[in-house]
Ligand binder design. Structure first.
Ligand code: NDP
Ligand code: MG
Length: 387
């Protein structure tokens, strides 16, 4: 039986994790579940999977959570400090599935305690990859990617030497605007952008997929997670999302990992490793798979990946700046204050201006937080100035 805590349990990855636990309850002993605003779902989830503790990040919602858990024996907690306290509580597996920069500090806390860290929060690696890896190494924590592409790469690297890797090929569905013109993309609404053709995910990552900022984040995530030079990482459009990613070796061989577009595959792999157990994923039927298409990314419509490359070239806190500019621009787009294509423009300008920091390493939470704040303010100033 594995003792598990699920951070971001009310979200898309969190609920997929919960479905895996529910499918095989005797395999898991749930210590804690966390959420933010969705108290009804948090309380229901805690009851459904017999969690000992439920935490909301929102202090003003504690009474609501307590009321929903009355008589169950489940302890209700709230606030950032309680989330960090729970993250410091050693379990066998911690699922880090909070969305955004808020996830980094939690991942770092989980990483300090020698457990398995199942990492969905890609922002942790983009903003503080080296720090997170060092923290894991020091504590003997195993770091498992939950992002489907990175789980695929992890599986394709199994038993191979990293020194034999020639290239990593990340697949991208292309999102809802794969065939849209620049004019159509310019007028895209948040609702259109959040309508992902293949994957069912949270709103923010869905819109990041439409702009390909999600793939750009994943390129940085790949570099940080596998310690692979950025010039060995390629992105290819694959609209069917069946091939989740590939590793190319020195002898020309390519190892691909395939499956339906269902996050339970990658989550189940991280939770059950080194075993493989049925996580409820549909089986691929090759007789009905009519075609698997691949094509190059159109950088003029999707500049996010080249912006990520300039951030990687700068190194240090540029990853945190890139992520914060992207998060802030997304907020502005969701508030209808900027247009869809403005997001890439804002992030590019902010990353370019990172030189203001000099060569600052992302070596502590404090330095990363300062870079995050600087970047968000920079984007807000850009918008102010454009009025
Ligand atoms: P969702 O928006 O669906 O869920 C986010 C979770 O985080 C919810 O539980 C939410 O609580 C909670 N949360 C939000 N803000 C805070 C905060 N400030 N402090 C604490 N908790 C907070 O996101 P996803 O599940 O889509 O994504 C989670 C992470 O996994 C992201 O980093 C994403 O990039 C990554 N990922 C997601 C994939 C997917 O398929 N969805 C695939 C690969 C990676 P509440 O809802 O109660 O407000
Ligand atoms: Mg992904």
């Amino acid at each position: 039986m594995r003792r598990i805590s699920i951070f971001g349990a009310t979200g898309s990855v969190g609920q997929n994790t919960v479905s895996i636990v529910k499918r095989n309850p005797s395999a898991f002993d749930v210590h804690a579940v966390t959420g933010a605003l969705n108290i009804e779902l948090l309380a229901q989830t805690a009851k459904d999977i017999n969690a000992k503790i439920a935490v909301t990040s929102e202090s003003n919602l504690l009474n609501h959570l307590k009321e929903r858990l009355k008589g169950t024996g489940i302890s209700a907690k709230s606030g950032r400090h309680s989330m960090l306290e729970v993250a410091a509580n050693p379990v066998d597996v911690s699922m880090s599935a909070v969305v955004g920069f808020a996830g980094l500090e939690l991942s770092l806390e989980m990483a300090k305690h020698g457990q398995t860290l199942a990492l969905a929060n890609k922002e942790s690696l983009v903003c503080g990859g080296a720090l997170l890896r060092e923290t894991c190494d020091r504590a003997g924590t195993k770091l498992f990617p939950v992002d489907s592409e990175h789980s695929a790469i992890f599986q394709a690297l199994n038993g191979e030497k990293l020194s034999d890797v020639e290239r990593i090929i990340l697949t991208a569905s292309g999102g809802p605007f794969l065939h849209s013109s620049l004019a159509e993309m310019s007028d895209a609404t948040p609702k259109q952008a959040a309508d992902h053709p293949n994957w069912s995910m949270g709103k923010r990552i869905s819109i990041d997929s439409a702009s390909m900022f999600n793939k750009a984040m994943e390129v940085i995530e790949t570099k940080e997670l596998f310690n692979i030079p950025s010039d060995k990482i390629e992105v290819i459009i694959h609209p069917q999302s069946i091939v989740h990613s590939m590793v190319g070796y020195k002898d020309g061989a390519i190892i691909a990992q395939m499956g339906p577009a269902d996050m339970c595959g990658a989550i189940g792999y991280a939770l059950y490793w080194p075993n493989r157990t049925d996580a409820g994923v549909e089986r691929l039927d090759f007789a009905t798979l009519s075609n698997l298409e691949f094509s190059a990314v159109d950088n003029s419509r999707f500049p996010a990946i080249s912006i990520a490359h300039s951030a990687m070239k700068q190194g240090g806190i540029a990853g945190a700046v890139f992520n914060a500019a992207k998060e802030q621009s997304l907020d502005l787009f969701l508030e209808n204050k900027i247009k869809f294509l403005d997001m890439a423009d804002m992030v590019a300008k902010t990353v370019q201006a990172t030189a203001a920091f000099g060569n600052c390493e992302a070596s502590s939470m404090d330095k990363i937080s300062k870079a995050d704040k600087w970047s968000r303010d920079f984007v807000l100033n850009l918008v102010e100035m454009s009025k």
